[in-house]
Design a protein around this ligand. Structure first.
Ligand code: PLP
Length: 390
């Protein structure tokens, strides 16, 4: 079965009683046993539920894995992957990993006796320089937030394998429609299904997918023991969203490309970060491992004031955190996604206060460009008024 068909048909044959075409919602905490000495396949929804099981089957197949466990959030999936570490272990984390993942590794893991070091995934040889005899795992992602840097996944895996490390890859920004890291050699893929996978900004969820039975079983045990399971309705909503993932990603990518090209022609815009642009430094590596460039892009204005004024004056783009939904969002990383970092840390990562991030939705690209154009005109006008006052 090919990718777009998988989401719609895997594990979703009509049930026998009513022949419901849509997989029914099993909104129940517990299931009746037929026999006292025979536990049913699903007994209690913290441990398992039919909606979660079908979602897991579909996600495993979309990532070309064999095991998937779904969680109540992307962070819960991150924590489940990190639970493979034990006291005394050391983990390498990519310098521009999602902030919440970094925070967990930096704040919580040391309390459990697990140390870490930071490496640059765009320079895979930096693994050799940071690895220690205790290093057990590498955690990385691509494209990264907010500058959309793209690392060579195969090269990071090759370097990690030289040292016998488990590779954990966060595929949230690309989704399996555009990038399948298990095929590129990664051991474990994690997702915030909150983003592109559900795609409608109505669920918080996560998933861990692998083709390694030991890691897959450990994740299933972890969700059972920690209770970080998704509700049946969230799993149902996620599966409904997933059915249109292939279509959505095509449109997100097309719209983002149109906007990126338009941005490069705007005189107030200093830099555009989008790996789909032919002159982007990551364009070739992105082409070699992705089937599209996704809907995320960032750009820098000439001044901080213009960036802030433009962000507050779009009408279709909503000023909000998160990404990957059908609706377009505009974000100000300095105060939003990267707001908990110090200014020094932000500057070190290239997150300047004139930077805006877009999660480009699936609306009509002409409307989106018009909306940005109008907001830019307001920003330009207010810059002119400010200059006159001075
Ligand atoms: C790349 C990435 N990974 C993980 C997460 C955490 O996901 P959640 O918010 O669903 O816990 C996020 C959230 O923004 C993210 O962007």
């Amino acid at each position: 079965m090919r990718f777009a068909t998988k989401a719609i048909r895997i594990g979703q044959n009509p049930e026998s009683e009513h022949r419901s075409v849509t997989y029914p919602l099993y909104q129940t905490s517990t299931f009746a046993w037929d026999q006292i000495d025979e536990e049913p396949k699903v007994a209690y929804s913290r441990v398992n539920n039919p909606n979660r099981l079908v979602l897991e089957e579909v996600l495993a197949s979309m990532e070309n894995g064999t095991h998937c466990t779904c969680f109540s959030s992307g962070m819960a999936a991150v924590v489940a992957a990190l639970s493979l570490l034990e006291a005394g272990d050391h983990v390498l984390v990519a310098s521009d990993i999602y902030g919440g993942t970094h925070r967990y590794i930096a704040d919580i893991l040391p309390r459990q006796g697990i140390s870490y070091a930071v490496f640059d995934a765009c320079s895979p040889e930096s693994i050799g320089a940071t690895v220690t005899p205790k290093t057990k795992m590498v955690v990385f992602e691509s494209p990264t937030n907010p500058l959309l840097r793209v690392c060579d996944i195969r090269a990071v895996v090759a370097e990690a394998q030289k040292h016998g490390l488990i590779t954990v890859f966060d595929n949230t920004f690309a989704s399996p429609a555009l990038q399948r890291p298990l095929d590129l050699g990664c051991d474990i893929v994690i997702h915030s299904t909150t983003k592109y996978i559900t795609g409608h900004s109505d669920v918080i969820g996560g998933a861990l997918i692998t083709a390694n039975p030991a890691y897959g079983e450990a994740a299933a045990e972890w969700v059972k023991n920690t209770g970080a399971s998704p509700s049946p309705f969230d799993a149902w909503l996620c599966l409904r969203g997933l059915k249109t993932l292939a279509l959505r990603m095509e449109r997100h990518s097309q719209n983002a490309m149109r906007i990126a090209e338009w941005l490069t022609q705007q005189e107030d815009v200093k830099a555009v970060y989008y790996p789909g642009l032919a002159d982007n430094p990551f364009h070739q590596v992105a082409k070699s491992q992705m089937d599209g460039f996704s809907g995320m892009l960032s750009f820098e204005f000439g001044t901080v004031e213009m960036a802030k004024t433009a962000a507050m004056n779009t009408k279709i783009f909503l000023l909000a955190e998160s990404l990957g939904g059908v609706e377009s969002l505009i974000g100000y990383p300095t105060l939003m996604s990267h707001g908990c970092m110090t200014e020094e840390e932000r500057v070190e990562r290239g997150v300047h206060p004139n930077l805006l991030r877009l999660s480009v939705g699936i609306e009509d690209a002409d409307d989106l460009i018009e909306d940005l154009g109008n907001a830019f005109a307001v920003a330009r006008q207010s810059a002119r008024v400010a200059a006159v006052k001075v």
